[in-house]
Ligand binder design. Sequence first.
Ligand code: ZN
Length: 273
Amino acid sequence: MLYLTALILSFISCIGNNGPKVNMDQAPQPVIVTDTPIYPLDSMPGPDKSIEQFTVDYIMGHFDPATHPDFEEVDIKYADREGLFLRKDTYEAFRKMYNHAASDGIRLQIRSATRNFNYQKGIWEAKWNGTKLIEGGENLAETTPDPKERALKILRYSSMPGTSRHHWGTDIDLNNFENSWFEKGDGLDIYNWLKKHAAEYGFCQTYTAGREHGYLEERWHWTYMPVSSKLTALAKQELKNEMIKGFSGSEAAVMLDVVKYYVLAINQECMGE
Ligand SMILES: [Zn+2]
C-alpha cells in the first residue's frame, strides 16, 4: 500500500512538472574541466618543443634554472636533496614514471639534475687546477701538465662546461653513481625496471656500454628524449668546438673534438632519429 501511494505521488508530481522549458539554442554548453593539457595520442607527454625554440646558449647551459620559466624545482620526495631543478616537461614525465615504479615496489631517486655552465665550470676547474683530486686520488695539476691528457682524465667522469647534457634540464642521474651498484639487489631491480619501462615515459639510457667514443657506461644517467633528441639535433647542427670556452683548459675542446666525440657520442637509441 505504501508502495502504491509513493507511485501515485510520483505520477502526480510528473504531471505537475511545468518547469521552464529550455530552448536548445540557448542551452548552456557542457564545460569540460581538465587540469592536464591534451596531447596527440601518439606523442609523449610534455610540450613538443621544436628545434627553433632552443638556442646554442641554452645547450651550453648559459642560464639559471632557478629563474628560467621552463624549469621547476624537484620535490624532495623524488630527490636526495633540495635545490635540484628540471624542465617542467621532463619533471612531469619523471613523476609518472616514478609512480609506476613505486607501484611495482621500485624507488627511483634523483641524485643529480640540471647543472648549468657555471656549476659545471666549478667542477671542471677544481679538477683542472688540482683543488679537487680526480677519481683515484690524482692531483692533475701535478701529474698531468699536457692539456689534452689532463682534459681526457677529467672527461672520464666529468663533462667540459658547455658540453654537458645536464645543462639541458632533460637529463637525470638516478639512485647511485657506481655501475656495480646496479648489478645486484635493489640496484639490479631498479636497472631492470628502467630497461623495461623507462622508454614508456620517454627516458633513454644515454651512456650505454660498448659505445666507441665518449663517456664510460653510466647506468644511472637517463635522458628525456622527446625534448633532448631535439637538443642533440641542434648540437649536431650548431655547436662548434670553438664555442666551448670561458674556463681553464678550454683549449682542449678543439684538440679533442669534444662535440663529435663526447656530446654526440651517445647511445644511438637516444638520438631520436
Ligand atoms: Zn649524469
